[in-house]
Design a protein around this ligand. Structure first.
Ligand code: 5CA
Ligand code: ZN
Length: 418
């Protein structure tokens, strides 16, 4: 799938320290040790509505991670999916009386525009489910062949012998290691987040769907020995990560709403498929962004859209600064005050950065790098630039070239074009 144009990443002297982040599985800060190439998989959108501040927070967070890894001297291989066929997308298309393909296409295009405007570095592999069917089918067939998956009778399948396929979770060691949830805690969440604990014929209510046999009025693809149908949700991310990054890759990312079941299942499936562990070295999650008292979500409709703000004339760099002002592990609620504060900040920075000279910047570079590499402390990084801007504005610029250096550092590390 076409991705979007990546922004230019300016060079600055030296390089940053090793990157430390919070691993959800271990519940502690860990230093990433990826070797020359860091593999990053971040769960992409289900394109049935436009990019909201929660999505934007997630993609900006992992963009900053990618920038920190590059600054520390690693090459970054970045993979992202598009869930361009799934139940909520099909349901929205039916509700609105539109073709699901057009809906997915339209919202994915808008997402690309939003990511471009927000200066987010594009994935190296940007892949829709609908263009990855063969890969997914081969993986589900492999899981059936090695006894990790099983078929369930499906009376409402279109094909007479059509049967759904599930992963046999009870066979899997390590299930629950990521989320740390008990079975009792898992069951209701599984039901709320796309799972089907009540489905008759499953060996375990928590078993995730791998392949859904074709039903009437639903899109379907040729599944070779699986029969016609479409993939379950989690297997798409397993298949793409294994194929395009290989196991174990450096970081699996997304919002905290994906810890269970999505990332737990993706990981268990990857281990079942390859016979190796772990799936990813580290699992990183962006805290939920709320609006009007609740998690911002397409299904609830309490949305602040990136595209709507852009259409209203808000500078995308103001949006990016508003997001960076919140640490990725802290839940927060979007308000107009965020916009106001970021607008003031950008204006102040622009004034300070437009002179010939500025306050000395050598020390600032090292401190900025340290903040970003320390569990992506972006609020701390913004505060450092604020302090430099105040010094420059209050005392005038003494160091020629400092504004240029600071502007490049802010662009390289934080993705803010001033
Ligand atoms: N297509 C799946 C992942 S494979 C999906 O969850 N799509 S999504 O469109 O619902 O979400 C896209 C990304 O944004 C996910 O990483 C999700 O965790 C994150 N996200 C969704 N809502 C919020 C929110 N309110 N705050 C922060 N991140 C969010
Ligand atoms: Zn995913």
């Amino acid at each position: 799938m076409r991705s979007w144009p990546s922004p230019f990443i300016p060079d600055i002297p030296g390089h940053g320290p090793a990157v430390r982040v919070h691993d959800t599985a271990r519940g502690e800060l860990v230093t990433l040790e990826p070797g020359p190439v860091a593999g990053l998989y971040v769960c992409g959108i289900t394109p049935y509505d436009a990019t909201h501040m929660g999505h934007a927070a997630t993609y900006v967070t992992f963009d900053v991670l990618g920038r920190a890894l590059r600054d520390a001297g690693h090459e970054v291989r970045y993979v992202q999916n598009v869930t361009d066929v799934d139940d909520p997308l099909l349901a929205r298309a039916v509700r609105d009386g539109v073709d699901w393909i057009h809906l997915a296409d339209r919202e994915t295009s808008l997402f690309r525009e939003d990511m471009t405007a927000l200066s987010v570095i594009a994935p190296d592999h940007y892949l829709g489910v609908t263009e990855s069917i063969d890969l997914i089918v081969a993986d589900v067939e492999a899981l059936l062949a090695n006894g990790m998956a099983y078929r369930v009778d499906t009376p409402d399948a279109v094909e007479a012998d059509g049967r759904d396929v599930y992963l046999d979770i009870s066979q899997r060691p390590g299930f629950g290691d990521l989320s740390g949830l008990t079975r009792e805690e898992m069951l209701p969440i599984f039901g709320e987040r796309g799972g089907d604990p009540e489905r008759a014929g499953k060996r375990d209510p928590l078993d995730p769907l791998l392949w859904r046999a074709e039903r009437a009025d639903e899109p379907s693809w040729d599944g070779a020995t699986l029969g016609r149908g479409r993939p379950g949700w989690h297997i798409e991310c397993t298949a793409l990560a294994v194929r395009y990054l290989g196991m174990p890759f450096t970081v699996q990312g997304g919002g905290t709403d994906l810890v269970f079941p999505h990332h737990e299942m993706s990981a268990v499936q990857g281990c079942a498929l390859t016979g190796t562990r772990p799936f990813a070295q580290v699992y990183m999650h962006q805290a939920m962004v709320a609006f009007e008292g609740e998690k911002m979500s397409k299904s609830k409709g309490n949305l602040v859209l990136v595209s709507a703000l852009r259409a209203a004339g808000v500078d995308p760099m103001v949006i990016r600064l508003a997001l960076l002002d919140h640490h990725y592990r802290t839940e927060w609620e979007w308000t107009d005050a965020d916009l106001h504060r970021a607008t003031q900040r950008l204006a102040g920075w622009r004034t300070a950065l437009s002179g010939n000279g500025g306050a000395p910047a050598g020390g600032l570079l090292a401190k900025l790098r340290e903040r970003v590499a320390d569990d992506l402390d972006t609020p701390g990084a913004l505060a450092l630039v604020d302090a430099w801007a105040v010094r420059t504005l209050e005392h005038g610029g003494t160091e020629l070239g400092a504004p240029g250096l600071v502007a490049r550092a802010v662009d390289r590390l934080l993705g803010v074009r001033v």
